[in-house]
Design a protein around this ligand. Sequence first.
Ligand code: TRP
Length: 452
Amino acid sequence: MINTPKTTHSEWSSRFAFILAATGSAVGLGNIWKFPYITGQNGGGAFVLVYLGCVLALGIPIMIAEIMLGRRGHLSPVNSMQSLAIEAGADSRWRYLGWLGMIAGFLILAYYSVIAGWSMAYISKAFFGSFFSSDASDIKNLFDDLMQSPIQQIFWHTVFMLITLQVVMRGVKGGLEKAVQLLMPALFFILLILVGYAMTSGAYNEGIKFLFSPDFSKINANAVLTAMGHAFFTLSLGMGSIMVYGSYLPKHISIAKTTFVIAGADTIVALLAGIAIFPLVFANQLEVGSGPGLIFQTLPLAFGKMGGGWLFGVLFFVLLFLAALTSSISLIEPTIAWLEESHQWDRKKACIWAGSGCWLLGIAVVFSFNIWSGHKLFDKNLFELLDYLTANLMLPLGGLAIAWFAGRIMKTRDSAQELEMPESDYKIWQFLIQYVSPAAVFLVFLHVLGVF
Ligand code: TRP
């Protein structure tokens, strides 16, 4: 069935506004919470190197492709894919790629909101001085208490979800463009202060060594898959977030240059977070592989001891919350845009329905940290399962399909016209997207399946 979607599409006010929004989407819990703990679990330097390789070989070319598809389609991902497929004379079922993305976004947001809720719980802990005169085991207990309390977690998850929906309901342009403009530099600044603290905390060299000296014996098929999945996750690729943001992008803005700015900022924030965290892990004999609690069990130690720690503690978790917010809205935006276009729902109704579903699934995620922690499927609790399914499978598959479409289905004439790159740069991009990106995703999957 082919709907005739109404084009209610607005546009970003400038290239800079788009950069901010897309950077806001990319920089989030993935950089500050997830990158350090998965690096810890996967042995450090070699993992970081594989991740950086994936950002270059997959992330950047696919981000260019995804923004391009969005801008040319000029609709929600489902409808953009359908109209681009028709334009290219291909099967209109390419729209299912949009569906895959909406489902992935829904599943990610369910657990993303729970973790963002933790960061809000930590704003209040920082504010009430819980980090002072605490040693590593007090700080660990603080985190364990939160994990064991479904009520606390559900409370903060609910608050975070309501705030996300409030913002999305009002449209992304109003408050957000302005907010991100202030917040991103502030986040950067506080990270630099934490890096400064880590440099003087004793185990700086050990932390840096862990992060940057590769030991490939620690890496296995699953670590490579995790690194690849994370490259997609941290850049918000493979599910339509960046596509829908691209659909609001005015013509004649250079997609490639813009992509480098976004991916560069995202990578720098992740590396700074790692540099701030690992020295503290080693100085306090904490477990590098302790998992999702890592930043919550390390950074408060620094805040408890440093001068001005109260202020920086509160500010840091406020900024983490805001970074999560500018990402969470992009997780739900493809669905909202589609409900508006194809079903003529107003934004409010769309937010209420889509948001309630995510919220309910989020409650199950909360339980997976406590009362249901024993319930496992494939040896994973619900949180781990959702994370694996989305980041390691759905996003790389979505990215592969985006690369395939942009490089092999869409007419070269159309993509060249949309990208407006110098001929030689275009050729490099085309080569990456036609051969390198699909082959890389494919090889990693084969490797995980044990084929070689
Ligand atoms: N990139 C965000 C982060 O690192 C999360 C995110 C937002 C995302 N939109 C996405 C991840 C789309 C995957 C796909 O926190």
